[in-house]
Write a protein that binds this ligand. Structure first.
Ligand code: ZN
Length: 266
């Protein structure tokens, strides 16, 4: 299913696989600002995205990262409209091949067709819009965010998912995520278009709160670890129990991984 909403100069396009035609299993989001389309949702909603964009002016796709819920429409949009894509060099090398997906990923988002993209420069321009590329590789390698300076519009990809994250995937680097949030604070955005179609007005406070929570969590985890507590003991002490998402994602997204990520590196 697909739902589009106009938020100022940005069209928010929420998409997802629906089993009942009323709700999505999990929302993904693409954003259109002038002729720039940021991300393309998942494989299950790709044809709805093509129908939605029919007759609209789109000059280029920018992918924030290679995950299957962000590149699902790329191949069919290239075929239907001849649309080219740009992404971080590392993302370009990850989008052009199939990835081994876990059952939950196939179930929720589907397996996207490989697609081509060109390496992105320092910014992307279309008409009066100029999006600055902000490297934010904490979520995964090659992840970028985009910032429109004049209006303070931030497209944050999957960098910010909520105020108090409690889970992570193995490829996430929580230390880098803290640095990425600091970059957002320095930008002082006026609006943030985030993961899962979340739109946050005046996001400065919530970004700062999220960064402070991450740092406090890091310090608490390190302290308990230095006292000899195991990951399971730290999990119980700080979070009570494992996230319900863990079993649903074949333990690819879990609180245990979140804790382990804080204990890896600095
Ligand atoms: Zn992602």
């Amino acid at each position: 299913m697909l739902m589009a909403t106009q938020v100022g100069d940005v069209t928010e396009i929420k998409m997802g696989r629906s089993l009942d035609g009323v709700t999505a299993l999990y929302w993904t989001a693409a954003y259109l600002i002038d002729g720039i389309l940021i991300d393309t949702g998942c494989d299950y909603s790709k044809n709805e995205l093509v129908d939605f964009l029919e007759g609209k002016r789109v000059s280029v796709i920018v992918n924030t990262h290679y995950h299957e819920d962000h590149v699902g429409g790329n191949a069919v949009l290239a075929k239907r409209f001849g649309l080219g894509a740009v992404a971080h060099t590392e993302t370009v090398g990850l989008m052009n091949r199939k990835h081994e997906l876990y059952p939950f990923e196939r179930e929720i988002w589907g397996d996207p067709d490989p697609c081509t993209a060109s390496p992105i420069g320092a910014s992307v321009k279309d008409g009066a819009v100029n999006l600055r590329v902000i490297e934010t590789p904490g979520h995964c390698r090659g992840h970028i965010s985009l910032f429109e300076e004049k209006r303070g519009i931030l497209f944050s990809g999957d960098t910010w998912v909520g105020e108090r994250p409690k889970t992570a995937r193995v490829e996430e680097n929580v230390h880098q995520l803290i640095s990425d949030l600091r970059k957002f604070e320095e930008l002082r955005p006026r609006i943030m278009f985030a993961s899962l179609g979340k739109v946050v007005h005046d996001p400065q406070e919530i970004i700062t709160k999220t960064r402070a929570y991450m740092e406090e969590t890091r310090d608490n985890i390190r302290h308990l670890h230095s006292e000899g507590q195991s990951v399971d003991q730290i999990l119980e002490a700080l979070f009570g129990r494992e996230s319900v998402l863990a079993a649903a994602t074949q333990y690819q997204l879990s609180t245990k991984i979140f804790i382990e990520s804080f204990l890896r590196g600095t």
